[in-house]
Design a protein around this ligand. Structure first.
Ligand code: GLU
Length: 306
């Protein structure tokens, strides 16, 4: 029987927060905002601030970016316990979660490549259909592999056919009747706050393990927040919609649900989505141009050192 641990109850225990960047580019002002908000939250409540390196995407993670993360955060005056948790060193934890979901019959091998999936959606759109998109605008998985028999799955896997693992969303949300909620202490992009209803179905059959990597962001973040006993997730509102998936995975895997505090993003001249590819707002380049840590705080929309 699934055990739906209720969302975290108010407690007097000191909070545990984490900042969890991916080392696939230089940190920018948005990261500084998030890291400093986390650290201030923990400091003001006698809690702990953890740094976690989310490097499961081995095609993009690079050691020099990890080194730059440590350097930038130390320069901002942040401290964290070491060794830090590097997700690439804990793949067995994610595999264990996948095994559990497989046992629940909620996981299926998805054989369409990205290009094949895109072609299929294009064909549906062209024939006047309208295929659902997730909150990031990505089409839901259009394959019908969910209907394959166990024998067909095994045969194709044994034949070496590349495959990802996806959650059968319809089966996963069956019987939930809108009963999944999370505690939002910040706000979503439209000011949503308080006890919020999760709506994971809007993401379709999310990928929980990639063809080339035996985990995905959604899976690893949900498992790690529980393993590291994170009580409060403080992160940008660009991840607000993802919380619905994390809440569902917590429910399915019997993990506790932290409190969430989504914060507004740092906006640049051309919008609020600063990219790691946009070197101009990287902390390293601002520092090279002579910015002080107080300048960075101001640019990140934060009051000076609390
Ligand atoms: N690794 C994610 C990122 O760099 C953040 C994950 C999270 O805070 O939940 O965007």
């Amino acid at each position: 029987m699934l055990n739906d641990n209720a969302t975290a109850k108010p407690s007097l225990a000191p909070p545990v927060v984490r900042f969890a960047p991916s080392p696939n580019g230089l940190l920018h002002l948005g990261h500084a905002r998030s890291a400093v908000l986390n650290t201030r939250f923990a400091r003001s409540r006698g809690g702990s601030f953890l740094l976690r390196v989310e490097d499961i995407d081995t095609t993009r993670a690079r050691p020099e970016f990890e080194a730059a993360i440590f350097e930038d955060l130390a320069w901002l005056g942040l401290e964290w316990p070491t060794p830090v948790r590097r997700q690439s060193e804990h793949l067995a934890d994610y595999e264990a979660a996948l095994t559990e979901l497989r046992k629940l019959g909620l996981l299926y091998p998805a054989f369409l490549s990205r290009a094949e999936a895109a072609d299929r959606v294009r064909a549906i759109d062209a024939s006047g259909g309208s295929w659902p998109r997730d909150p990031d605008g990505v089409p839901h998985y259009p394959g019908d592999d969910r209907a394959l028999s166990d024998r067909q799955r095994t045969e194709r896997i044994d034949a070496g056919e590349p495959h990802a693992w996806r959650l059968d969303m319809q089966a996963a949300v069956q019987n939930l009747d809108g009963a999944l909620h999370w505690d939002e202490h910040g706000a979503g992009p439209n000011g949503e706050t308080g006890t919020l209803a999760a709506n994971p179905a809007m993401w379709g059959d999310v990928k929980l393990a990639r063809r080339d990597i035996p985990a995905s962001y959604h899976l690893a973040v949900s498992v790690d927040d529980a393993l590291q006993q994170v009580t409060d997730v403080i992160r940008g509102e660009d991840l607000f919609a993802s919380t619905s998936v994390h809440r569902l995975l917590q429910h399915l895997l019997g993990l506790p649900s932290p409190r969430y505090h989504h914060h507004s993003l740092v906006c640049g001249s051309d919008g609020c989505k600063l990219s790691k590819r946009d070197g101009a707002t990287s902390l390293a380049s601002l520092r090279q141009q002579g910015a002080t840590s107080d300048d960075i705080l101001a640019l990140a929309g934060l009051a000076q050192s609390a």
